[in-house]
Design a protein around this ligand. Structure first.
Ligand code: ZN
Length: 362
């Protein structure tokens, strides 16, 4: 992975197998971080030859993606299930008003923006909801997995996959003015299941949709997360802080603690990967305040055909290449090509199922 050799101290050597030509423009582009003694030319070479996958492209995922793409991480994949809304723009720094107006999927909007920021690295946005069936396909083969998720179900799934495949991952979360992050090195440091041995915590967890979140804290946490990723990917694992860092930007309270591994840990000691096996994705999941996500289908939908059908009975059906949206007052339904739908205006699974069956098909 980090096999490239620096042949000439004045320029970047070409990583083995890489297609792109490293020219003077590229040297200039990364010159300021190459000057940083922790990184240097060799660290930059490693970054160009490295890869990262980001699970969830909300505020933390977007900020981390921007930092890593700018830093020259050679290959970045972003996996996100959601679309851009006006309420995202206060903190999700990759998106703008046009993205929200067009209701672009975040993975698509992020890929476009990131390619315009750095065209010399590979960026791939995938519109998908991470689940036990697709986790291996989506996350396999990357040097690090970065947490940009908004729920613990997904984080425990990532944790189980990372421990099983011995891939480092970096937990990161923020709500209100508070945030925290921890780097998980499988078999070495504590994992998420060591830290939180009961996933039921998720049930009492406050979210950005209930108590809000400040833009500065997500960018601070993303900055810490991205720095850990840069240490790993530049060949400097000895520089990892190996601590759980938390901070409150409103009170100015910062904390850094060492988390011991749990000698009985379900995941990293007993290798019981409950989230990879058995626990199928529930058909209905909460998805922010006053909305639910429906996974009745595990097959692709023909959005053009669906739109034609719906316009016979529903006055305004909006669509783009990736999703379709319509109102059935007081609800609003957004349907994705992979068969998922997000219903706004209720948290009642029965209403969600019934409207899905009526308008999309059972
Ligand atoms: Zn553990």
């Amino acid at each position: 992975m980090f096999g490239a050799i620096i042949e000439d101290a004045g320029s970047f050597a070409q990583p083995a197998g890489a297609a792109k030509v490293v020219d003077e423009f590229l040297q200039e582009k990364y010159s300021r971080q190459v000057l940083f003694e922790g990184l240097g030319l060799q660290g930059q070479q490693h970054l160009l030859d490295s890869s990262a996958v980001i699970v969830g492209c909300g505020a933390i995922g977007a900020a981390t993606a921007s930092l890593l793409v700018r830093a020259g991480v050679g290959r970045i994949r972003i996996v996100d299930r959601d679309f851009v809304e006006p309420s995202n723009l206060q903190r999700q720094t990759l998106f703008d008003e046009n993205d929200a107006r067009d209701a672009l999927p975040k993975a698509v909007a992020a890929e476009r923006k990131l390619k315009s920021i750095n065209s010399t690295v590979s960026v791939e946005g995938l519109v998908a909801d991470l689940n036990p069936q697709n986790v291996a396909d989506l996350l396999h083969g990357f040097d690090v997995i970065l947490d940009g998720a908004d729920n613990f179900e997904t984080r425990f799934l990532v944790n189980d996959f990372a421990i099983q495949s011995t891939c480092p991952w970096i937990y990161a979360a923020a709500v209100a003015a508070y945030g925290l992050t921890m780097t998980v090195l499988p078999g070495d440091t504590a994992c998420l299941a060591c830290l939180l041995n009961t996933p039921d915590l998720a049930g009492i967890e406050e979210t950005c949709d209930t108590i809000g979140v400040l833009g500065p804290v997500v960018n601070l946490i993303a900055g810490l997360q991205a720095t850990e990723a840069l240490k790993l990917l530049s060949g400097n694992p000895q520089a990892l802080h190996r601590r759980l860092i938390s901070c409150n930007v409103w009170t100015g309270h910062f904390q850094s603690v060492q988390v011991q591994r749990n000698p009985q840990c379900r995941a990293c000691v007993q290798n019981e990967f409950a989230y990879l096996h058995g626990q199928a994705q529930p058909h209905i999941t909460m998805c922010g305040r006053d909305s639910v996500q429906i996974h009745e289908h595990h097959r692709a939908l023909d959005l053009a055909a669906l739109q034609q059908r719906l316009t016979r009975t529903i006055p305004e059906v909006r669509h783009n290449d990736f999703l379709l949206r319509f109102r059935i007052a007081p609800y609003e339904m957004t349907v994705f090509a992979d068969g998922r739908a997000i219903l706004k205006g209720t948290t009642d699974p029965a209403i969600a199922r019934s409207l899905y069956a009526r308008y999309i098909g059972a």
